[in-house]
Ligand binder design. Sequence first.
Ligand code: NAP
Length: 331
Amino acid sequence: MAHQPSPQRYDNPALYRRCGRSGLKLPLLSLGLWHNFGDTEVYQNCRALVLKAFDLGITHFDLANNYGPPPGAAERNFGRILAADLREFRDELIISTKAGYDMWPGPYGDWGSRKYLLASLDQSLKRLGLEYVDIFYHHRFDPNTPLEETMGALDHAVRSGKALYAGISNYGPEQTARAAEILRKLGTPLLIHQPKYHMFDRTVENGLLDVLSREGVGCIPFCPLAQGLLTGRYLNGIPADSRAAHDPRFLKPEHITEEKVGKIRRLNELAQARGQSLAQLALAWVLRQPAVTTALIGASKVSQLEENLQVVRNLGLSPDEVATIDRILAS
Ligand SMILES: NC(=O)c1ccc[n+]([C@@H]2O[C@H](COP(=O)([O-])OP(=O)(O)OC[C@H]3O[C@@H](n4cnc5c(N)ncnc54)[C@H](OP(=O)(O)O)[C@@H]3O)[C@@H](O)[C@H]2O)c1
């Protein structure tokens, strides 16, 4: 039977923040399907994660053409959940996808040409079973394609009705400012930027967040939990069901050094002193930035979603707490 969503899912209006200077609001936490939604996963767990997220008021689901494994599988599996359970709630959902990394063989399945982006969007829509996505991103800056061509493709995607908004990901501050200017001239404002941001990677603080604030572009940081490092997951070794153990494509056991775990333990103590979990502290820390609209998390278990969303109960960080975190990270 199709899922009946919780009638209480919108009971907390404070859960939504405006995305830059646009008319669109996004939930404080968004769910990404990079991991845990490939064909190697149990479909019922994928379905439970998406439906629980929706029940909790998480309206935004983030995909890319290459999420799997194999590439394309996450879009297909999400499309199946949509068709079975959420079809009638399409207008309550913000669904994004991207193109920019290696997707199919030959010169037209990678980077930033108009040829690649528009073909990839059509393929994504087919896999998702949708007529349009809400946000279409260029996934990474392409140094060998004129930015006018790449942004022209995003503008076309929006004008053709296959996407409602345009986004970019992994662009530097200068590249972002140029992209925003080109899109503005084309009449399709840049809605949002998706950069990596967590306590162990603060690159965005060196200019990008300022550009986004100035341009009125929203920001959806990915991996705010450093793929699970900034949670209780690895405090006592590497559990068998963790990402580092069962899907170490990007988070490798050798990344979990004694030095890192030492910092994680001290951050965990600070979180406990605030009466919250380390995951909640890591999310509050990313969300403290006025430029940040929503934190883009992943999850392998429904209980993680429930825990993480409780961050709304304790979002504020004092200057002393921020300074303590800086000291722990610099130690
Ligand atoms: N644009 C880009 O280039 C790019 C790149 C990477 C990611 N992304 C986007 O960002 C999304 C999130 O990335 P991510 O999954 O790495 O984010 P993350 O939130 O940093 O890490 C998620 C992982 O942390 C663990 N976790 C989450 N909550 C937990 C909790 N309360 N307690 C213990 N462990 C917890 C889970 O790992 P376990 O499996 O160990 O349970 C979960 O899969 C992706 O799905 C994708 O949409 C975009």
